[in-house]
Design a protein around this ligand. Structure first.
Ligand code: GLC
Ligand code: CA
Length: 558
């Protein structure tokens, strides 16, 4: 099913498509060396098209020692040789575009690998022309307001370097020195990094670790005005030189802090919906979605009409618990299926299916919720088949295991034997390749994958309504049901989600502007209409999308 043509031409293409986040390294290995690669992604494009995806977000594929899975870049202008070549990337981009798919990369701007020649040069001498590209200190006491992001790995944001004879600043791991954005050559070089890959046809970037680019004494060194200025400059360059390309911000923060990255359409077209995400899981844990509607009512009005939130449930990182209060965390830990070693950094390293107790219905319900909100949903590879995780692997590798394509010893990921894969496969029986894999799920009408495809297809068929910014919460009384209307010009779609573990029924009065003849796009357990009263029935963790045509007054203009 090719993406609707209008998607590719419209400057707001990103609002109507579903994004799919994938790591080249663990997606598909085309040459049997045990490591996923760019030609492997190309081979699987038809799978993504069939799933109903409209855009791919490729995790960092640049040259890197892989001490932070590619977020530690050692050469911005090459593909890591284990993943392929620039020619492979060109072929992938061309093939993706040929199928109506967009493809964005990952702009890692805050830091580089300590193996990067820039850092190697900088540390050699105080007179090195690259010295000012990084942040140095004789005491390692500056910027004490900047919290440590990986507190279980790093004690301080400063690390002593014997070669340099000074401390250097790093907001993440100590092998990722931060760049100094007060140096204009750094800003120029990162814009060149973006230009280079946009020149190779990428349709934009997810921008990594956005809030942290600038450091100022006496602040938390996050979300500073200078950060906004840099990304506005990036956006300005992209609009001028590569029109139609987009940037998505990875900035965890309060509602006000995250909304600021839209900055009246001058900055990011899309902002990761960090304020909502933990509330989706908390609402699930509490069997009460009220908090979700509260957050949506607070976050949606701040979005300029040509921008959109980027919704996600899970990604390649830990599920951040930063925005949860102590009591919310207690509820979360009590209700979600969490092995004791699942905690890491300020969060939890679990995939979607195991978090939701391996229940397909719950996976579908939460996924179909982010599919129906105004903005762009981001799916994480493997979650569409209910893949699991491995909390026995180091750090966030737990949620980055090879994609499970088939029920064979290497999960159809590679011709190499399981023992030589770039990362081991999931072994937990309920989530292992023998139980969860693309080939088997494709052949079963009722599998998670088949049901996912159906929901994505329905969404694509109604893309104009789902990509509009009209959203209105519905009062369903004292029930564990989340309800909202999505309105288009010809019809409206009522979306209902049962967060309860029991079936739920309810009713609502239809507005006079609609015909009282529902069309069930995704069926709940049946609905009825009498007069203008609509009655619904939802299975436990069930959901329904119901369409109502708009009434037109006789003689009124269409
Ligand atoms: C972002 C990435 C994460 C990485 C970090 C440092 O948070 O998503 O994977 O470790 O930045 O680059
Ligand atoms: Ca390979």
């Amino acid at each position: 099913m090719p993406a609707p043509e209008s998607d590719l031409r419209s400057p707001e293409w990103f609002r109507s498509v579903v994004f799919y986040e994938l790591p080249v390294r663990t997606f598909f290995d085309s040459n049997g060396d045990g490591i996923g690669d760019l030609p492997g992604v190309l081979e699987k494009l038809d799978y993504l098209v069939d799933l109903g995806v409209g855009a791919i977000w490729l995790l960092p594929f640049y040259k890197s020692p892989w001490r932070d899975d590619g977020y530690d870049i050692s050469d911005h202008f090459t593909v890591d040789p284990r993943l392929g070549t620039i020619d492979d990337l060109d072929r992938l981009v061309e093939a993706a575009h040929g199928r109506g798919l967009r493809i964005i990369g990952d702009l890692v701007a805050n830091h580089v690998s300590d193996e990067h020649p820039w850092f190697q040069e900088a540390r050699k001498s105080r007179d090195s022309p690259k010295r000012s590209w990084f942040l140095w200190s004789d005491t390692g006491t500056e910027f004490s307001g900047a919290r440590v992001i990986f507190p279980d790995y790093e004690k301080s944001n400063w690390t002593w370097d014997d070669v340099a004879g000074q401390y250097y600043f790093h907001r993440f791991f100590h092998w990722q020195p931060d760049l100094n954005y007060d140096t204009s050559a750094v800003r120029a070089e990162i814009l060149n990094f973006a230009r280079f890959w946009l020149g190779h046809g990428l349709d934009g970037f997810r921008c990594d670790a956005v809030p942290y680019l600038y450091k100022r004494e006496g602040t938390t060194c996050a979300h500073l005005p200078e950060v906004h200025q840099f990304f506005q400059d990036l956006r300005g360059m992209m609009d001028a030189e590569f029109p139609g390309t987009v940037i998505v911000s990875e900035a965890n923060g309060t509602i006000a802090e995250t909304v600021a990255y839209f900055d009246r359409s001058h900055e990011f077209q899309m902002v990761m919906e960090f304020p909502l995400m933990p509330n989706l899981f908390l609402g699930f844990a509490e069997r009460n979605p009220r908090r979700i509607l509260d957050v949506l009512r607070a976050t949606l009005p701040g979005v300029p009409t040509d921008c959109g939130w980027a919704y996600f449930l899970r990604n390649h990182d830990e599920l951040s618990l930063e925005r949860m209060s102590e009591s919310e965390r207690a509820v979360f830990f009590r209700e979600m299926s969490l092995p004791s070693d699942a905690r890491i950094h300020n969060g939890v390293r679990r995939r979607l299916a195991p978090l939701l107790g391996g229940d397909d219905q719950s996976v579908l319900m939460l996924t179909s919720l982010i599919l129906a909100l105004p903005g762009a949903p981001f799916l994480y590879y493997g979650d569409e088949i209910g893949m699991g995780d491995r909390v026995d692997l180091p750090d966030r590798d737990a949620v980055r295991t090879p994609m499970q394509w088939a029920n064979d010893p290497s999960a159809g990921f590679s011709r190499a034997p399981p023992s030589s894969l770039t990362r081991p496969l999931v072994v937990e029986p309920a989530f292992a390749p023998s139980r969860r894999n693309v080939a088997d799920e494709e052949s079963q009408a009722n599998s998670l994958l088949s049901r996912m495809r159906t929901v994505l297809r329905v969404r694509a068929a109604h893309a104009t309504v789902f990509s509009s910014d009209r959203f209105e919460g519905v009062d369903v009384g004292d029930r564990p049901v989340l309800g909202f209307w999505r309105a288009g010009s010809e019809y409206q779609i009522l979306c209902l989600y049962n967060f309860g573990a029991e079936p739920s029924t309810g009713q609502l009065e239809l507005p006079g502007s609609l015909w009282a003849s529902p069309v069930e796009l995704v069926r709940g357990q049946g609905s009825t209409v009498s007069g203008r009263t609509f009655r619904f029935r939802l299975a436990p963790r069930g959901f329904a999308w119901t369409l109502f045509l708009t009434r037109r007054e006789r003689g009124a203009p269409a």
